[in-house]
Design a protein around this ligand. Structure first.
Ligand code: SAM
Length: 221
């Protein structure tokens, strides 16, 4: 697919709003320097998440999948001074880089990184009665997306916004015989989301500097 038009329009939008400041650019540079894969959201997607966080008046955000803290910073910047963002990351080395970036962004008073398997961290969050969250962003390994969604529901209240990234995978979700677990994981999630009566949900396709993909957006009833 020729994505040059999508990339140019993404740059046009980015140039108009100029929201990716030195801290966010530095976050990407720190990831590159540390050899962390560039699988973060794009700048415009980060801004989109930030707008969504403002839209739902989020004071408590949960993120599943920190990487180097790029989307964390976009989201945490939507929080009030007494807000809270909990972000879950498997890799200690990524969490260390993210922590430095979050401190550099001046967001360490509101951001907590929990290192370990997200499934275990989610169970602990529930056991410790840390919910409900106002917004939950699912962006970790794709195979257990359905289970992450089920945990997200447990950590929600009516009105909680749940967003899940990478649910279209360049249209490969159309292939019922795909043996890539990143695809089958989101296919299963998309079906479960559509069938779930506790939420009203949809998926928007995303294009731009990243591959053609999609974000699922659900509001808990
Ligand atoms: N949200 C980040 C951003 O846009 O800047 C990108 C997150 S990246 C797509 C997915 C992250 O999930 C990686 O950092 C990966 O190490 C983490 N991850 C993968 N499996 C995980 C698991 N079982 N528990 C917690 N984190 C996991």
């Amino acid at each position: 697919m020729d994505t040059s038009l999508f990339e140019s329009v993404d740059q046009y939008i980015g140039n108009l709003f100029e929201d990716e400041d030195a801290v966010l650019k530095g976050t990407l540079k720190s990831m590159e320097d540390a050899g962390i894969p560039g699988i973060n959201v794009s700048a415009n997607q980060g801004k989109f998440l930030q707008v969504l966080a403002h839209l739902c008046g989020a004071k408590k955000i949960l993120e599943i999948g920190t990487l180097g803290g790029y989307s964390t910073i976009w989201l945490a910047r939507a929080l009030p001074a007494d807000g809270q963002l909990v972000t879950l990351e498997l890799e200690q080395a990524y969490a260390d880089v993210a922590r430095r970036n979050i401190i550099n962004a001046g967001l360490d008073p509101v951001v907590e990184i929990k290192v370990g398997k997200a499934m275990e961290s989610l169970a602990t969050l529930e056991a410790d009665d840390e919910g409900p969250f106002d917004m939950i962003f699912i962006d970790a390994d794709k195979l257990p997306y359905t289970e992450y969604f089920e945990w997200a529901l447990k950590l929600s209240r009516p009105g909680t916004l749940i967003v899940a990234d990478n649910v279209i995978r360049e249209g490969r979700v159309l292939d019922d015989n795909c043996d890539d677990e990143r695809v089958s994981g989101v296919q299963r999630f998309n079906k479960a989301l559509a069938a779930n009566q506790q939420v009203t949900a949809t998926i928007i396709q995303t294009v731009g500097t990243k591959e053609h993909d999609g974000m699922a957006i659900a509001v808990v009833k």
